[in-house]
Ligand binder design. Structure first.
Ligand code: IDP
Ligand code: MG
Length: 162
């Protein structure tokens, strides 16, 4: 690994980003990938996937007691999702900012939800809420051979070492 090409190895985080079934059906996959790509994060995993019931329940297990839980599971399993793993310094919190508030009507313009959605129950995208959950969710949604480690050609330009 070429350490001078990354900002600081120990600060590098991973986050699980997912375009939910409404985002896929509405043709927003390219738009959503672009926002993370243009920001400068590194894509390390990508697949279109029909989520089984058990995986949806495991992913959202912290929300099991919520009244909307059954509807949430129905929503997430209602069609294919786009699963993504993204890597970068501060990527977890930054991705949450790019995504915007859970309720799209409260999400700031310029955010994905603020620009592209109107309903909490159809808010087009998921993003991990902590570095720990980023790791947990990537391990849940991807098999090991589905992830790629690589050094983007733009890395030194992004990180300012040239
Ligand atoms: P987040 O996606 O912004 O992290 P969470 O509170 O973790 O929001 O909730 C997970 C998902 O559950 C939300 O993105 C949304 O799809 C759904 N959800 C959350 N609260 C409600 C609600 O009050 N009604 C319906 N669906 C909800
Ligand atoms: Mg959440």
């Amino acid at each position: 690994f070429l350490p001078h090409l990354v900002a600081s190895l120990e600060q590098v985080e991973e986050t699980y980003i997912m375009v939910k079934p409404d985002g896929v059906q509405r043709g927003l996959v390219g738009e959503i990938i672009s926002r993370f790509e243009r920001k400068g994060f590194k894509l390390t995993g990508l697949k279109l996937f029909q989520c089984p019931q058990e995986l949806a329940e495991e992913h959202y297990k912290d929300l099991k007691s919520k009244p909307f839980f059954p509807k949430l599971i129905e929503y997430i399993t209602s069609g294919p999702v786009l699963c993504m793993a993204w890597e970068g310094v501060g990527v977890v919190a930054s991705a949450r900012k790019l995504i915007g508030s859970t309720n799209p009507l409260q999400a700031e313009p310029g955010t994905i939800r603020g620009d592209l959605a109107v309903q909490t129950g159809r808010n087009v995208v998921h993003g991990s809420d902590s570095p720990e959950n980023g790791k947990r969710e990537i391990a849940l949604w991807f098999k090991e051979g589905e992830l790629c480690q690589w050094i983007p050609a733009q890395a030194p330009w992004l990180n300012g070492v040239i």
